[in-house]
Design a protein. Structure first.
Lengths: 255, 304
């Protein structure tokens, strides 16, 4: 099994979110969030609906109206280093009837590294092909994206992020509406990326058994409720504070 | 012996070409058919078909003012088109009004202002409002041909140069922004291309009908192919075919060129929707019912 994420040689740095506040018109979407995200670990971002999970990811990348605080990667704002980031939006955010094939979408991951006015290089094609191979979608290379199932669409998005050869990977709700096989591939790849020293941040709302795949958790509800190693974050008190009541969560190996 | 009947066959096609105005209008028809289809593909995949309509109606006051001041009407029209897209974007950002409503408000106001201006100007000058509304391709000058060719070169050149960035941006604006592409610049560039294209098409089809030439060829191609560049290439073919054959129909039957072009494009679209291998109503494999597929479609349309 070959991994795809091996291009960069920068010493991995922390992402530091400092007193981050986000405001949409009159609505406070996030208030005073301070948290660090470690490279080499698989970090889950959890919380109830409307907790601002997607907003936090967007704000980290400078794509939401930040009214206070900052997000640093190394010693510079993360928003100024987007070329180091592979971001996968929620699958429903894009129009899957768009006239493109699987290959077209994966190659989009190479647009920024390729640069303006340049054609795609052989290296880019190799990276894209390896990424497609890794997620088990090589045979669908020339398939129009409109003909894919939800899980296949998500794997194509995963392949696109791998092809970017980034240092930081952000996935927004990748497990929504996908099949078992895709879920397994997603977690395998996330763990491979973490093992390769990448920063992997995954927005997730499912507190079921799959939560045990994460090393660290960030529990959010408009503001930070808890963060750190999964076993510390995942307890009844924290979850009650975040969700405002009793919630079922998977605690089989809580220790 | 063979040459004579063949020549006879081509006479209706060749005869118009002896006139200078017809040569000029055919060149414009080809250029406009090409750029409209290319730019229209982006409008369609971004679900902004209405924006094409909005910009085309909004160019009218710029056109009138430029005419009044004796400037280049293409430049005036382009500036008005850009101002209208900025105004639409501003309303969207500054208020809870959605994009479609903002477009409706802005383009009808610009259009009304344009009509008012032209009516006032008409009292002192001999210009015909109808020419702006529906096109007057038979009245194109050499300068018009030159301006249209320049615009077409710019549009085709820009699309060729930033094709991969535009593909990423139009498919997944969030992903493109997160990857560090200047999405606001790309979006503005796309709007500018649309405004340029509309301006170039004024003489051929006029502001009211240019939307058809923007959307219909691309939509026809979308029913037949699966990738954006294929859609653009095929759409351009359809667009050119529609505008050239519309021109000939206009010449032979003495009908306005704009409507003729649009009706040809629409005919092509209907053929595609009926016979497309993947989506075609009449080519779809269906249950062996004795009812004809056309009757079936009609029945599905009825509300009871």
């Amino acid at each position: 099994m070959h991994t795809v994420a091996t291009l960069s040689h920068h010493p991995a740095a922390l992402i530091r979110v400092n007193h981050l506040g986000v405001q949409y018109r009159e609505v406070n979407a996030l208030e005073d969030v301070t948290v660090t995200i470690q490279p080499g670990r698989l970090t889950g971002l959890i919380g109830p609906n409307g907790a601002g999970k997607s907003t936090l990811v967007k704000a980290m990348l400078g794509m939401a109206p930040v009214v206070q605080g900052m997000v640093l990667y190394g010693d510079r704002p993360l928003a100024e280093q987007r070329h180091r980031v592979a971001y996968v939006p929620q699958r429903t955010q894009v129009d899957w009837t768009y006239p493109a094939t699987v290959w077209d979408v994966v190659m989009m991951g190479r647009v920024r590294p390729t640069g303006w006015f340049q054609p795609f290089s052989v290296t880019s094609r190799q990276l894209a092909a390896a990424a497609l191979e890794r997620v088990g979608m090589m045979t669908y290379r020339d398939r129009p994206i409109g003909q894919l199932s939800g899980g296949q669409q998500q794997r194509v998005f995963l392949a696109r992020s791998l092809a970017q050869a980034a240092e930081i990977f952000c996935f927004d709700e990748p497990f929504v509406g996908v099949d078992q096989k895709t879920e397994a591939v997603l977690f395998e790849v996330f763990q491979e990326l973490a093992a390769a020293g990448k920063t992997v941040l995954v927005v997730n709302h499912d507190l079921g058994e799959s939560i045990t795949h994460f090393d660290d958790l960030i529990l959010l509800n408009r503001t930070l409720v808890a963060s750190g190693p999964r076993q510390q974050v995942l307890n009844a008190m924290n979850l009650e504070r975040a969700y405002g009541g009793q919630v079922q969560f998977f605690a089989a190996e809580a220790a | 012996m063979l040459a004579l009947p063949l020549a006879g066959l081509f006479t209706p096609l060749l005869e118009p070409l002896q006139y200078g105005f017809m040569q000029r209008s055919l060149i414009i028809a080809v250029l406009v058919g090409l750029v409209c289809s290319l730019v229209g593909c982006y409008l369609m995949v971004r679900r902004l078909a209405l924006l094409g309509d909005a910009i085309s109606h909004s160019v009218l006051p710029g056109l009138a003012i430029a005419f009044w001041l004796g400037g280049n009407i293409f430049v005036g029209a382009f500036i008005a088109g850009i101002i209208s897209t900025l105004l639409i974007a501003w309303i969207q950002v500054r208020s809870p009004i959605k994009e479609d409503a903002a477009m409706g408000i802005v383009f009808s106001a610009f259009f009304a202002f344009g009509i008012t201006l032209i009516t006032v100007i008409q009292k002192h000058n001999k210009i015909d409002l109808n020419h702006f509304l529906f096109g007057n391709i038979l009245g194109v000058t050499i300068a018009d041909v030159r301006d249209t060719a320049i615009i077409a070169a710019i549009v085709v050149g820009v699309i060729f140069l930033i094709y991969k960035e535009l593909l990423f941006f139009t498919f997944d604006p969030l992903g493109a922004e997160a990857a560090g592409l200047p999405v606001h610049l790309l979006n503005f560039g796309l709007m500018a291309l649309i405004a340029l294209t509309v301006v170039a098409s004024l003489k051929a089809v006029g502001v009211v009908l240019v939307l058809a030439l923007l959307i219909t060829p691309g939509a026809t191609a979308y029913l037949l192919v699966t990738r954006l560049h294929q859609m653009m290439a095929l759409g351009a073919g359809f667009g050119i075919a529609a505008s050239v054959s519309g021109m000939y129909l206009s010449y032979w039957f003495n009908v306005p060129s704009g409507p003729a072009i649009v009706l040809v494009a629409f005919t092509g679209f209907m053929l595609a929707i009926l016979f497309s291998p993947r989506y075609g109503v009449l080519t779809q494999p269906r249950s062996r019912s004795p009812i004809s597929p056309i009757w079936q479609e009609l029945k599905n349309l009825l509300p009871f």
